[in-house]
Write a protein that binds this ligand. Structure first.
Ligand code: TNX
Length: 505
């Protein structure tokens, strides 16, 4: 063809086409520092990737993402146009990224920071295959680091059970947003979802059903290890939660002897809370809890074990206090740090460093405020998950089928974005905050598509609040970046709510 003749030199070799100008793409969560340059790097079939030192696993993750997307071979070799480096001198927990017309350089102190840099790089590429044979990446310089160490999502696998493949998919979903903790709510009134050696009825009976009465399920310890390892390959730490002493009907239905009256409870398929309690005065209760916590600690490479502790309305206050004191000590004896919902502030001997997960509203109401400050005064720290803005189960609008509405629903995307974790208990400095979390309770949620629909886009707002160091975030600035990210969600096959006020692409 004429164009082939025009671009062929006398030697018969096609010269490099001139560098196309390429759109500078936006990123969520917003990077801390960014200056765009001139021109673009053209990713094509000749591009190679180089990993220095400890960068190798992250480089493999990157090429495994890009190869199917682009169709290019992207060899991992000793010299590359894309260079990934682990070396000292970069932002703590973050990375430095430079895209020029001749290459891409991504560097971090550790592989976890490098991995977060790869998530940025993914959003600098087009969301889907372009019509050309080259993928243009606009020149830019980014230096980026997280505001908080703990950037969490929680999935309730107790109310409805979700298998290993669903959890892996959710891990990949949240990894895009630089979320680095997945908290699994492993037991509640409606289901016990993790095998515990010596207590087989927990899963055989307690794991058999779920909300609505359908078949439940559970993870064997090998399956759980598989989840932990998959998460680790995405630099995500799994936090296991066994909710106690309330929210325990599934255990009480499994073993008669865990009940004060020695009678097994019936499996529960409804959605009420606050009616069950472990038997605080029985020594067997602590044998049981010690077995559970010791086995969970052995399955958990991360530093945290979550003991729940919320809504224990069927436990007297003195009993609750003695239970929390005793169980937090059991966790501490394993070497792990305790996390509990802020209700554990009733405890009077909380181990130093105990983490309270704050779930009341952005405007604390009486008790929650007192309990949370007791945790802080006991040398503890906080994970902020205020229900009226961070809960993923609150309805987008009241006409929605999915979700609940007790926490001031509807929760708009503007509200989910428009709060500051450090402003809720302003007398305590930002260093008292370990991070943020977006919990997804699943009373109404039963499929992977429903998980994603409830999570997206609200979880993008929470992820940016956890990551972005920007002193002045505004929804007006966030909205177009979120709208652009919609195309990446589409490309990943993620169904999301096209919330009003966002220019969805
Ligand atoms: C409250 S807030 C709960 C859960 C429910 C959720 C539904 C908190 C720590 N517990 O047991 O699933 O509301 O939104």
């Amino acid at each position: 063809t004429a164009s082939a003749i025009n671009t062929t030199t006398t030697a018969g070799v096609a010269p490099e086409p001139p560098t196309a100008s390429v759109l500078a793409r936006t990123v969520v969560p917003a990077p801390g520092y960014r200056v765009d340059g001139e021109g673009a790097f053209q990713l094509d079939r000749t591009t190679s990737v180089e990993a220095r030192g400890e960068a190798r696993p992250v480089a493999e993750y990157l090429v495994n993402l890009l190869r199917p997307m682009t169709g290019f071979s992207l060899p991992l070799s000793g010299r590359g146009d894309i260079v990934l480096v682990v070396e000292p001198g970069h932002p703590p927990g973050g990375y430095d990224l430079r895209v020029t017309t001749s290459g891409i350089w991504l560097a971090a102190d550790d592989p976890a920071g490098l991995f977060e840099g790869v998530q940025t790089l993914r959003q600098l590429l087009p969301p889907a295959t372009p019509s050309t044979t080259r993928w243009g990446i606009a020149a830019t310089t980014i230096s980026d680091r997280p505001r908080f160490a703990y950037r969490g999502a929680m999935l309730d696998v107790a109310r409805h059970f979700f298998g290993v493949d669903d959890v892996k998919r959710y891990i990949d979903d949240i990894a895009m947003l630089k979320i680095n903790v997945l908290h699994l709510h492993l037991a509640d009134d409606q289901g016990w979802r993790i095998a515990i050696d010596g207590w087989p009825r927990l899963t055989a009976v307690g794991g058999a059903s779920q909300v609505g009465g359908g078949a439940g399920g559970y993870y064997t310890q090998d399956q759980y290890r598989e989840i932990v390892a998959y998460a680790a390959s995405r630099y995500i730490t799994i936090v296991p939660e066994i909710d106690m002493p309330g929210h325990t009907n599934a255990a009480l239905a499994s073993y008669a002897e865990l009940n004060c009256d020695g009678r097994t409870r019936l499996p529960y398929h409804g959605t009420s809370v606050g009616f069950s309690s472990l038997c605080i005065g029985k020594e067997l209760t602590y044998t049981f809890v010690t077995d559970v916590i010791t086995q969970l600690a052995a399955l958990t490479p991360g530093p945290w074990i979550h003991i729940g502790g919320d809504e224990s309305s069927a436990t007297t206050l003195p009993d609750y206090i003695s239970f929390v004191n005793r169980v937090t000590a059991i966790v501490a004896a394993t070497g792990k740090t305790v996390i509990g919902w802020h209700d554990i502030g009733y405890g009077t001997t909380l181990p130093p460093g105990t983490v309270g997960e704050y779930w009341d509203y952005t405007g604390p109401r009486g008790a929650s405020s007192v309990l949370t400050q007791r945790i802080l005064n006991a040398d503890g720290r906080l994970i902020m998950a205020p229900a009226n803005v961070a809960y993923l189960d609150q309805k987008y609008d009241l006409s929605e089928r999915l979700g609940t509405k007790w926490a001031q629903a509807p929760t708009t995307i503007q509200e989910a974005y428009g709060w500051d974790p450090a402003a809720i208990f302003p007398k305590h400095g930002a260093e008292s905050i370990l991070g943020v979390e977006a919990p997804l309770w699943t009373e109404t949620v039963d499929t992977m598509a429903e998980i994603e629909y409830m999570a997206f886009p609200r979880i993008v707002a929470i992820a940016e609040i956890g990551w972005s160091t920007s002193a002045k975030r505004t929804f007006k600035e966030f909205a177009p970046r979120l709208g652009t990210f919609g195309a990446y969600l589409d490309a990943a096959g993620i169904t999301y709510k096209r919330t009003p006020g966002v220019p969805w692409s």
